[in-house]
Design a protein around this ligand. Structure first.
Ligand SMILES: *Cc1c(COP(=O)(O)O)cnc(C)c1O
Length: 306
């Protein structure tokens, strides 16, 4: 990672549904610290090892943020304490995906009952001191802004070099931290996003908690409600189409963003730059769930080498 860390991630051209898209390949920066998690944790990646010895955070046990913080702590030699709701017994016996990797990198998992979860996670803030850093769920924190600003500068430079007039920057939202800070840093462009966790109102409230809602940020809505991280045939279809067109995206955020974007594309003017937000390691767990639900035929799976 460190060798490439300061070079801008590359931008590729993707023809999809008869339209040209540009894709900024932040997923290629680092397999573990990938996509927007690399950007959001950038200031910590650049922090000297002796500045902290512990990070505390919380959230879901297949979270991409969890995996990225675990990788960061592993690199820095910091301890990582992560609070979650109880992990199902079968997963505890045989962890998979992001959880497996994070545990292998030394993450210490603290399970609390669903009833205690809210209170316990609120109390984590109190553990903050000179050597212990508290990172809220999904890295929704002002510390993410400086790394997103680096991404914004790369986008701005690419835009200038390519003489593009009107540019839309597209990226999916969980906490909305990435989309919000990108829109704030790029007032000359539109930032398009969609809510992958909860709905539009929830995303708006998350973004307002970070500061003023940027005027150039637009939340696109999907015609169909998709629950976070659940398998849907149409999301798998778009994932597979994109993969066949040349780029793999994650099945949770990326598939939903593309599915939503295509519903609005005819009404949108200007060039489209999609910021790949990473998260590909989590696809293994999602593909298991698709298989489990019978949404992927075994033959298809084998042909794709998944
Ligand atoms: C975390 C994540 C997001 C959401 O980022 P926010 O800054 O929380 O909105 C989007 N895509 C992928 C792949 C992610 O892992």
């Amino acid at each position: 990672m460190n060798k490439e860390a300061n070079a801008p991630s590359r931008v590729e051209r993707l023809v999809f549904h008869d339209r040209v898209f540009y894709v900024k390949r932040d997923d290629l920066i680092d397999p573990l610290l990938s996509g927007n998690k690399y950007r959001k944790l950038y200031s910590l990646i650049k922090t000297p090892e002796d500045q902290y010895n512990t990070i505390v955070s919380y959230g879901g046990t297949q979270s991409n943020a969890m995996l990225s913080i675990a990788a960061l702590c592993h690199q820095k030699g910091w301890s990582f304490h992560y609070t979650s709701k109880p992990v199902p017994e079968h997963l505890k016996q045989r962890p998979t995906g992001n959880l497996k990797l994070a545990l292998e990198m030394g993450m210490q998992l603290h399970e609390v009952t669903p009833d205690d979860y809210e209170q316990k996670t609120l109390q984590l803030k109190l553990q903050r001191n000179d050597s212990t850093l508290y990172v809220p769920q999904g890295g929704a924190d002002p510390l993410a802004q400086s790394g997103i600003n680096v991404l914004a500068r790369e986008i701005y430079q690419w835009w200038q070099e390519n003489g593009i007039e009107k540019l839309n920057v597209v990226t999916p939202s969980g906490t909305g931290t990435t989309a919000c800070y990108l829109a704030t840093a790029l007032p000359c462009m539109n930032v398009l996003t969609t809510a992958c966790v909860g709905g539009k109102a929830y995303l708006e409230s998350q973004i307002e908690a970070l500061g003023d809602f940027p005027k150039n940020l637009r939340i696109l809505e999907n015609e169909k409600k998709h629950h976070f991280a659940k398998p849907y045939a149409e999301l798998f279809d778009i994932y597979r189409e994109l993969k066949d067109a040349g780029i793999e995206f994650d099945l949770i955020y990326g598939a939903h963003m593309w599915h939503t974007l295509l519903q609005h594309i005819d009404a949108l003017e200007g060039a489209m730059l999609y910021i790949h937000s990473g998260g590909l390691i989590g696809n293994a767990t999602m593909l298991d769930r698709y298989r489990h639900k019978g949404l992927i035929a075994p033959l298809e799976t084998a042909q794709q080498g998944l």
